[in-house]
Design a protein. Sequence first.
Length: 340
Amino acid sequence: MSINPKIPAIKPQNITVENLSNQIIEGNKVALAQGITRIESKAPHHIQFANDLITKILPYAGKAVRIGITGVPGVGKSTFIESFGTYCTDVLQKKVAVLAIDPSSSVSKGSILGDKTRMETLVKNDLAFVRPSPSGTTLGGVAKNTREAILLCEAAGFEVIIIETVGVGQSETLVKGMVDFFLLLNITGAGDELQGIKRGIMEMADGIIINKADGDNAKKAIFAQKELERALHYFPINPSGWIPKVLTYSSLNYEKATDVWQMITEFVETTQANQYFFKNRNQQNQVWFTETLKEGVLQRFYADETIQKAVEIALELIKNNQISPFTAAKNILDGWVKPT
Ligand SMILES: Nc1nc2c(ncn2[C@@H]2O[C@H](COP(=O)(O)OP(=O)(O)OP(=O)(O)O)[C@@H](O)[C@H]2O)c(=O)[nH]1
Ligand SMILES: [Mg+2]
């Protein structure tokens, strides 16, 4: 593991795929940020640049453990990342990159800037890299940016990649589809600990943390941990062959971070031994390809002016009950000449 060399940034006008990828591979954080900015850019010449950059760095990517963090707003995700991330850098001497995925940013251009203040230590840490959530025009676009950012971070030598889900919506499924280990943060409630956690999300989790296990909550957290462990017995066996673990945590210190790291290490060892780890990444790539293709087809289809005109006419005819919606759709599809 090497400390990032503090080489001055390449001036934007002098950036080439060659010099930027070289600096990223050397672990330069400024170059890494510049690379991520390029993949987030919608300028047509940047799209080609981004594709070439990814192709160039791909052989250097893939070596990190990718961890997704989810949980309701306010459960303590950012604070946990600050605490656990600092443990990884300070105690384990590992390079940690933090990315965020925010489905609402496709609409509101939101970011984790607020979260950045909760990661004050990590932001200043030489071994860490914190990147606010990208925005995009579509959810798929936001996800694409994050996936490519993961690859760039790995090429830059980051060994632990943490992705925080920000906001609510479909982010859990998206993040699950880009990580190795999916961690659900939860807090104790009064009584029924399963209340409020969507079963589907629990089924996706490889680990559950009962967070804010401090002060008055410490005892309740242990109770909740036992209850969740019991509940998990009734869940279907995970295809990874891994039985999800339940831990308690407090971000007031990183006392329990060792347990979290041990859980993740055990998961990686188990799933690499039974090949699930590699199969999962492979399957994620296949899904990713299919999704990208689907989105591309839609984009090209609707970008076609003839189609736009035909859709307009069809909508008008439907409004006046002059054609059935199904016939109208079929007519347009039948008349659609595939773009070359
Ligand atoms: N007592 C205690 N408070 C905590 C702990 N972790 C977080 N908090 C507090 O909980 C509040 C929310 O924490 P965040 O880390 O911002 O939660 P989040 O899940 O990232 O929230 P969103 O990003 O808005 O979804 C803050 O006021 C934290 O100080 C903890 O371990 N113990
Ligand atoms: Mg947060």
